[in-house]
Design a protein around this ligand. Sequence first.
Ligand code: BES
Ligand code: ZN
Length: 584
Amino acid sequence: MARLDPHSYADASHPQTRTLRWKARVDFERRVLDAEATLVFAAPGEGVIDLDTRALAVQSVVDDAGRALPFTLDAPDGVLGARLSVTLPSPTGSITVRYRTSPEATALQWLTPEQTAGKKAPFLFSQCQAIHARSVVPLQDTPRVRITFEAELTVPANLRALMAAAFVKRAVEGDVAVESYAMPQPVPPYLFAFAVGDVVFRDVGPRSRVWAEAAVVEAAAWEFAEIDAHLAVGERLFGPYDWDRFDVLVMPPSFPYGGMENPRLTFLTPTLLAGDRSQVRVVSHELAHSWTGNLITNANAEHFWLNEGWTRYAELRIVEATEGVEAGALHAALGRRGLDRAIERFVKEGRPELTKLRTHLAGVDPDDAFSEVPYDKGCLFILALEAHVGRARFERFIRAYIETFRFGAITTEDFLAFTERELPGALAAIDAPAWIDGHGVPANAPASKSALLDAIGALGARVPDADTAARWSPTEWQLYLEAMPDTVTRETAEALDARYHLTQKSAYEILVAWLLVAVRAGYEPALPRAESLLGEVGRMKYLKPLYRALMDRADTAPIARRAFARHAASYHPIARMVIAPIVG
Ligand code: BES
Ligand code: ZN
């Protein structure tokens, strides 16, 4: 046995899937997919093949001649799901599994019409990263096994089926529509993604289109009008864009992330629609994954920093190029603030090992290990490397890195060996082991420098005067609020709200940063808004800290418990799973 990944039953000695042919009928009534998955192997294989599944009801498995194959579906492991072992008595080029998903599939969220902007049609979407693809398709669910795919979704004819893949055709047959897609580039299974709903589009550039429900599509097209310009910056930094198109889909509010880099069709939270284009950075981040993550992929969740640290770095470069160096410095400072808080929390919780870049996650659910560490400590490590060798040399290094590993999956060790070869001595000079295997942030971490930042720092927990506040960008507001000490008094919170009406803000980044300050300060007039927010959005970046802050105080913990009891059923299964222990 040679496991490829601590989070998969896939075995290096078994046949490897190269292509998936998938057909699924979407049943909104029963909340299931009736599906058929054909796994085509890189070479005909025999013996045993182990697949990952979670909560799938397997009806049959046949070989390429249609002969039934013996299979066993093990009892599920809490983290991995259930192993599906199929025996191939003679060489076969492919196997076909007929199965049904569960209404509890962890990748899927089935929304009622009331949970959408239009309130008329249901909505369904998938979120497969890190290890949820197995709840939708039985496959070798590890980035080590990249697949191309062809897919056919049968949906109610009044809805569209979108996939993170190239559109092939839509055929209406009576009251259903069959939509076909193809992904010709090999991708890791966590990038398998689809959504079904009453959505329309606006083109915002030759290579980019914004999809959303009709009620929000105009606002979304305005907010993301700059996508094409960002694509050009990405290409200048990282080389040719390999995925043909960069479309985005604005999801219903329960989408659990800010964005998800599904190839050709990034999924975005509607909380980005701030009305000022300030959150385009999230789109730049997902775009940057087109190179770092989707082209070069972490070999498994223990090397997640390779995906997110690199992408955070790229995001920062795009912010710098499109908004200027000063904006970049402020953006980096926000990242540092979030990182320091995450580290503080892990130390307090007695899990300091999660402050390392390279983690050890056997038996640990990647969703439980998720934090800012791989993002912002990863980014600082890359910035330290860049600072040591200089930007010009580092840019050549980036190009070589992408050229060498494109369409591959790599580990931290692969990255370090490559870096040593290309930039000899640089890793030792910046003490890479302290970054990779050490706790916390090494003292040689690069720090952002900016006069604006200094001004905010000098203010501390004092209330800014009207002139200062009027000049602040959304990022400066956010930095000011996020840099506030946990000891802010109720009086300060009250003065801030009286002067700047923060509880009424509609831009979520500022609103949530404020609500955290207000809750910690015991400023009760903000509590109803904190509570309503918990039922209005499903983005974990907001839910987790708000639930934590409420639970931290005896007088507000009941609000958190009440909100979770009321709203858990309308959260995505992943959000429900990570928030339950916070309120538990
Ligand atoms: N790939 C991540 C989202 C993700 C991570 C999903 C781990 C599942 C498991 C995405 O690229 C991301 O990082 N999104 C951020 C955006 C931010 C860093 C700009 C988010 O959701 O907030
Ligand atoms: Zn990311």
